[in-house]
Design a binder for this molecule. Structure first.
Ligand code: NAD
Length: 298
């Protein structure tokens, strides 16, 4: 049993902290939202009254916060001064590569091994302990972190040096955003050309247009395995979170001069969909925006 600090107990962090407690660790948890903290206590964690108190005597410190500014503030205003010198620090939030590198460098300057370890998989995977972790940091830091990450996920990959986990995450999600829109367009066009969507699904699933967005997460209701499309696009991966990741990808692309026109277009389309009040719906619901546009153009 190891003493672990867990800061940020929202949709994702709540399930992750519960899994560490379930594995017998002494998890000292903190969240600025009292109800999130209460849920963590109900799932076996010990409540701390702030981030610094959670870090006391911790061997491992984990954070799962909304965005870069929260990560920077929580590490520089608390964790770096309160965590014991040998503690391994792991940030699992999805944030921009530049902030991830800057915070890790500040951690290294203070003598800590610090890793960026964003996740793929949503709230259900966080609760079930089946997340995928993509990790950036040193070999030594990864070796310490790996067993704990494995208790919250089914796949843990060392992506490379500091910032590599965030880089892998935003590249993957940029591809996913563009692919989902392309899949929606193809279903829409197929239907308008008179194809049965189920037949199109069967053909494209085993043809060169195949993708995860098609075979695992079909945006068209009633085809393939059950997806948010079959539940009125409730649950799943929120449009607002996809938009956040596409913005991070655009920012990263601009910072290194990479041409990502499809990623940029996907960001614009998700911006329009979110601005129309659909930020909370699953990101595959963008099909409905394209359907409305198609109908308007007839
Ligand atoms: P969330 O908003 O549900 O949880 C974030 C938690 O952090 C909240 O409970 C909030 O109160 C807490 N918090 C904010 N500032 C704090 C501070 N200074 N100190 C302590 N606690 C603080 O968000 P989430 O859905 O759990 O996502 C967390 C991260 O995981 C985000 O970066 C998100 O992009 C990423 N992510 C989310 C999903 C998903 O499906 N929800 C999937 C993959 C990755």
């Amino acid at each position: 049993m190891v003493r672990i600090a867990f800061i940020g107990l929202g949709n994702m962090g709540g399930g992750m902290a519960a899994n560490l407690a379930r594995h017998g660790h002494d998890v000292h948890a903190f969240d600025v939202a009292p109800d999130a903290l209460e849920r963590a206590v109900a799932s076996g964690c010990v409540a701390a009254h702030n981030a610094s108190a959670a870090c006391e005597a911790a061997e491992v410190v984990l954070t799962m916060l909304p965005a870069g500014q929260h990560v920077e503030a929580v590490y520089s205003d608390g964790i770096f001064t309160a965590a014991p010198p040998q503690a391994t620090l792991i940030d699992c939030s999805t944030i921009d590569v530049a902030t991830a590198k800057r915070v890790a460098a500040a951690g290294a300057a203070a003598g800590f091994a610090m890793l960026d370890a964003p996740v793929s998989g949503g709230i259900a995977a966080a609760a079930a302990g089946t997340l995928t972790f993509m990790v950036g940091g040193t070999d030594a830091g990864f070796a310490v972190a790996q067993p704990y990450l494995s208790q919250m996920g089914k796949t843990v990959v060392h992506a490379g040096a500091s910032g590599s986990g965030q880089a892998a995450k935003i590249c993957n999600n940029m591809m996913l955003g563009a692919e989902m829109i392309a899949t929606c367009e193809a279903f829409l066009l197929a239907a308008k050309l008179g194809l049965d969507p189920q037949k199109f699904f069967e053909i494209a699933s085993v043809s060169s247009g195949q993708s995860w967005s098609l075979t695992t997460y079909a945006p068209w209701p009633g085809v393939g395995p059950e997806t948010p499309a079959d539940r009125g696009y409730q649950g799943g991966f929120a449009t607002a979170l996809m938009l956040k990741d596409l913005r991070l990808a655009a920012e990263a692309a601009a910072s290194v001069g990479a041409a990502t026109p499809m990623g940029a277009r996907a960001m614009q389309l998700y911006e329009a969909f979110a601005a129309d009040g659909h930020g909370a719906r699953d990101f595959s619901a963008i099909l409905t925006m394209l359907q409305a546009q198609s109908d308007n153009e007839r």
